[in-house]
Design a protein. Structure first.
Length: 270
């Protein structure tokens, strides 16, 4: 597959899909509480996505490997889970941290975004990890613009993260996005000399760093989807879908309920 450059109309489609994906997280927020199971959150998300906003949950039956379709509508990754956690019947407990990753399809366009949630009072380490992962994502977004090598996104994220004593997951990355869930290019969240693609206006990509409190290594679960930290340390992730513009970037996955921006972010559209 090649990199797709979106025209004016296609960008408008991506804006709508992005806003709706963010709205799903706004909707779920009051339900992300102690005692709720991730299956209950999945059901709420499915109903909201299909009935209220009349979109399609992209993860449901997503089957890139061809032999193990994803069984749910959202990903819910708790504590040491790095990504792609399959919702289950275990109630959330005080002190848990959870990433909820939502991808919807509206009029053929994908919007992909995730946020961290904390259940009741969490440890200082957990609070710190969620906050620094949020800032790491924004540091990556803020370097975006035309003629910037995607290497700079990873460089910004890695530099910030490692200065805080945490590690950037290498095994999973961001991606181009549009009519397809996962398009080229890969967006690595660390400085890799292989990341030679140059950003061009009209590209839409995700920035979605996974940051571990301990070591960067990960391990896949037997369900074929869930990924955990090898050393069992906590992991956090935030994700936005972002457009490259003539002058910089435009974050597409925003809505009214989005949390406050970090102090170093002056605008979500530059
Ligand atoms: N939303 C994830 C991403 O950011 C992909 C999840 S694929 C699924 O790329 F099948 F696990 F849902
Ligand atoms: Co993504
Ligand atoms: Co996602």
């Amino acid at each position: 597959m090649t990199i797709t450059i979106k025209n004016k109309d296609e960008i408008e489609g991506m804006r709508v899909a992005g806003r709706l994906a963010s709205l799903v997280l706004d909707y779920l927020t009051p339900f992300v509480k102690e005692g709720k199971t991730t299956n209950q959150l999945d059901r709420l998300a499915y109903d909201f996505i299909t009935k209220d906003i009349r979109s399609i949950p992209a993860p449901l039956n997503y089957n890139p490997s061809g032999d193990n379709p994803y069984p749910k509508s959202i990903c819910t990754s708790v504590n040491n889970m790095v990504c792609h956690g399959i919702p289950n019947d275990k109630p959330l407990r005080k002190g848990d941290i959870i990433n909820i990753d939502v991808t919807i399809i509206q009029d053929g366009w994908h919007g992909d975004t995730s946020r961290m949630f904390q259940i009741g009072e969490t440890s200082i380490a957990a609070k710190r990890l969620c906050a620094l992962t949020y800032d790491a994502m924004w540091h990556g977004i803020c370097v975006m613009g035309p003629n910037i090598p995607i290497l700079e996104i990873g460089r910004a994220i890695q530099k910030f993260t490692e200065a805080q004593g945490c590690s950037v997951v290498r095994d999973y990355c961001g991606h181009g996005i549009g009519r397809n869930f996962h398009e080229e290019p890969q967006i690595l969240h660390f400085a890799s000399p292989e990341a030679r693609t140059i950003l061009v206006p009209g590209m839409t990509i995700t920035v979605e760093p996974m940051i571990n409190a301990g070591r960067k290594e990960t391990k896949g679960l037997p369900d074929g989807w869930g990924v955990v930290t090898k050393d069992r340390s906590l992991s956090a992730q935030w994700e936005h879908t972002v457009l490259v513009t003539e002058t910089g970037f435009e974050v597409l996955t925003l809505s009214e309920g989005y949390p406050p921006l970090p102090p170093f972010v002056t605008s979500t559209k530059t």
